[in-house]
Each structure stands twice: as structure tokens, then as C-alpha cells.
Design a protein around this ligand. Structure first.
Ligand code: ATP
Ligand code: MG
Length: 391
């Protein structure tokens, strides 16, 4: 059977008010167009009856792109026939459509004025298929379902609902700066924000030791994968140099190094966000996964940020983050060996042997007043560099 294209179904968007729905569907279509164009796939896209139809001959390639576009609930390769041809087509193609399935059901969705109900049509098509193939009808547990969408005199037939990524179209929920280490968690946190419609600005604190740049390389590999999901919007990528800060923190308050480190990252992220119009800072922090992430510590580091700090993984188990990282495709890159930075393999060179787990805010204020914080922030901001063009 010749497939004419891919039917795209969206979910949550349909629940929005009419003007919002219009904006969201237009963005979804523009992201689909952009993703297909990037892969050199020729397609004609149309939007009707709360469906997006991607007419193309490159079905598999198109599906691979659509799986990376947020806002899509499922996609189905479809065959188009007119209502007049429907019964004849079903009769001629029943065996091919059903393949080696042992049981089947027909499901009809219908809009427009017709002399029959959806149930009438389900029964009619079901009896044609049964007669042609001898297969048994199972309405509760069919091996194959033949979906028929009848829209006035147009019919779209499909048998598969391939899950999409869900969420909302990227670019409909504003911008966020994502602190991304390249480890397992922060890329997943960034992806979850993308899934809710945010376009992201990744920011990496770069603190190479002795010329070793393995942490930067890992970050870049992770970014390459996240970029595949960032369809339809620019993704500017920034790094800044963090060595001078860590050296100063270690000297003044060794046990508080991780706290002061995070607070400085937040400050740089805030400045970048202000410059680029982002509305929040995102991290891969989780509750109690590592010593620095106690509730007390999180509340102390939070105060260094003017913008809200969003932590999509706060309630995740490590295994859940790992499973998602595998699904996104960042897991292998995140497991690359690094010898600097907050690495799970060797550990951060600046991390004290006993990091404080219940940081006291008065002490943080005291330590920060003993350091030339303003100077360090200025130096960090001066080192801020956009590296998008090199990735
Ligand atoms: P990850 O797996 O993302 O590294 P983690 O659970 O190992 O997270 P930490 O290493 O303590 O936790 O880092 C907490 C968060 O701080 C990270 O999720 C990330 O958002 C941010 N972060 C840590 N290191 C860096 C870095 N070098 N550059 C940018 N952000 C960072
Ligand atoms: Mg880490």
C-alpha cells in the first residue's frame, strides 16, 4: 500500500483557548517545517481538523525528525482515499493492511454531514474486512486496529500510532539559561524544559586543570545531541572561565567551596539571562543526590539568584534520570571520561573532602565579603564567550 504521508496529532495544545491554540499550532508547524528542511526532506504540510498532515515520500526519515519535535503526541503513516472510494479500497487492500494479525478492530472518527454514524461505518468496514480475510473482530484487544478519519469527503487510513515526545512546541514558553555540566543530570533537566516549550541557552562553567579540556569536550558532545532536539529556534551556547573563582573559594572557605561555586554560577547565569531576555535559570540539581544538594544548601545557594531557579529533576531518582538520558541520547556522551570539573568518575579538583551539608547563610555572607566577589564576577563575565559557531 502506498503511504501518502504522516498524520501528526497534538494533544495539550488542543485544550488551549483559540488565540493561544493558533499561536502554538503555527509554531508547531514552523518547527516541523524547519526540522524537515534541516534533513533535506521534501514535504507539503497542511493543517486541518486539528491534525497536521505531512505529505512526503520519505516517510521513515520524516518520522525520525517528528519524534524530536515537542508538541506531537503521536504520528501515523496514512493512506488518503476519498469517501466514495473507501469501501472499495478497504475491500481490495484488506489482506495487505491486516498483514499477519490474527484479530482486528475498526475505529472511525468522523466530522462533516453524513447519512451514517461512525458506528455504522465501523460495522460496515469491519464486515468487509472479515469477509475478505476471515479474521476475527476483537473490540477489546485487537492485534491490529484500522483507524479511519473521515473528514467530509476525505478519508485518512492508518494502523499505527507512533508515540511522539509530547510537551509543547519549542519556543512557545520563553527562554531559560541552563547550567549544563555535561554530566548525566543537567542535560536531562534542559531537555525537560525544552519539552515544556522553552528555548534554552546552555551555560558551562569551564575550569580546566593543567590544559586538560576533557570537561569542555564532554559538554560539547552533549550539546550536539541536545541541539538535535532544539528544532525551530536558535540555541546560543556560552562558556565562562571558573578557575579563578574556585581557587579563591578554596583558599577562603574550603568546606564551603561547592556552595560558593554554585552561587557564582547562578550569578553569571543571571547576568547572561538579563542580557538575552531569559526568565529563569535551570539546573540539574536534585534533592540529596550529592552532598551539596541538601534542602538547606539549596536554600542558601538559591539566594544568589534574582531569577527563579528551576530544578526539573528535584524529585527524580538517579535511575529515572539515567533512563531519560538514554532515551534523549545524551547518556553515552555524559559518561565520557573527564579529568576536571564535577565529574562522577574522578571528582572535581576543587571539591573539599568534606563539603558542608548544612550551609549557614551568615557564614556564606561572611566568606563572600572576605573575597573580592565583585571583581571575580566581573572577571567571570569578561571570560563569557559564545561558542555556538564552533559546535
Ligand atoms: P550533573 O549530572 O548535571 O553534573 P550532579 O547531580 O552531578 O549534576 P553537581 O555536579 O553537584 O550535581 O551539579 C549540580 C548542578 O550544577 C548541575 O546539574 C548543573 O546544573 C550545575 N553545574 C555543575 N557543574 C557545572 C559546570 N561545570 N557548568 C555549568 N553548570 C554546572
Ligand atoms: Mg555533576
Amino acid at each position: 500500500m502506498i503511504i501518502d504521508g504522516v498524520l501528526v496529532a497534538y494533544g495539550e495544545i488542543a485544550l488551549k483557548s483559540t488565540p493561544v491554540r493558533r499561536i502554538f499550532t503555527q509554531k508547531l508547524i514552523s518547527n516541523i517545517r524547519c526540522g524537515l528542511k534541516e534533513e533535506g526532506i521534501r514535504a507539503k504540510i497542511s493543517h486541518k481538523w486539528s491534525r497536521i498532515f505531512v505529505e512526503t515520500t520519505e516517510i521513515d526519515k520524516a518520522i525520525n525528525v517528528l519524534k524530536r519535535i515537542f508538541g506531537i503526541v503521536y504520528m501515523s503513516p496514512y493512506k488518503y482515499v476519498t469517501l466514495n472510494e473507501l469501501e472499495k479500497f478497504i475491500s481490495e487492500s484488506a489482506e495487505e493492511i491486516l498483514g499477519d494479525a490474527k484479530s482486528f478492530a475498526v475505529r472511525v472518527r468522523r466530522t462533516g454531514k453524513h447519512s451514517f454514524t461512525s458506528l455504522d461505518l465501523e460495522r460496515k468496514l469491519g464486515s468487509i474486512i472479515k469477509e475478505k480475510t476471515g479474521l476475527k473482530v476483537s473490540l477489546t484487544n485487537p492485534e491490529k486496529t484500522v483507524f479511519v478519519e473521515v473528514r467530509n469527503s476525505d478519508c485518512y487510513l492508518y494502523t499505527e500510532k507512533i508515540p511522539g515526545s509530547g510537551g509543547l512546541p519549542l519556543g512557545t514558553a520563553g527562554k531559560v539559561v541552563c547550567l549544563i555540566s555535561g554530566g548525566i543530570d543537567s542535560p536531562v533537566a534542559a531537555w525537560l524544559m525544552m519539552k515544556r516549550g522553552c528555548s534554552i541557552i546552555p551555560l558551562f562553567a569551564y575550569f580546566p586543570r593543567g590544559g586538560d579540556e576533557s570537561d569542555l569536550k564532554r559538554f560539547i558532545e552533549v550539546i550536539k545531541i541536545l541541539r538535535k532536539w532544539h528544532v525551530g529556534e536558535e540555541m546560543p551556547v556560552y562558556i565562562f572561565r571558573h578557575n579563578q573563582n574556585l581557587v579563591a573559594f578554596r583558599k577562603t572557605a574550603p568546606r564551603y567551596t561547592c556552595i560558593l561555586c554554585r552561587r557564582m554560577m547562578y550569578r553569571v547565569a543571571n547576568e547572561l539571562a538579563k542580557k538575552l531576555g531569559a526568565k529563569a535559570v535551570v539546573t540539574g540539581e536534585n534533592l540529596a543526590q550529592v552532598a551539596s544538594q541538601t534542602l538547606q544548601n539549596l536554600s542558601v545557594i538559591d539566594k544568589a539568584s534574582e531569577l527563579p531557579v528551576l530544578r526539573p529533576l528535584i524529585g527524580f531518582d538517579k535511575e529515572e534520570s539515567i533512563a531519560l538520558a538514554k532515551q534523549i541520547g545524551t547518556y553515552d556522551a555524559s559518561c565520557m571520561k573527564v579529568t576536571t570539573g564535577c565529574a562522577p568518575i574522578k571528582g572535581c579538583w576543587a571539591r573539599p573532602s568534606k563539603p558542608v551539608t548544612h550551609a549557614k547563610e551568615e557564614l556564606v555572607t561572611k566568606y563572600e565579603s572576605e573575597i573580592d566577589l565583585k571583581g571575580l564576577l566581573e572577571e567571570s563575565l569578561k571570560s563569557l564567550r559564545e561558542i555556538s559557531g564552533t559546535i
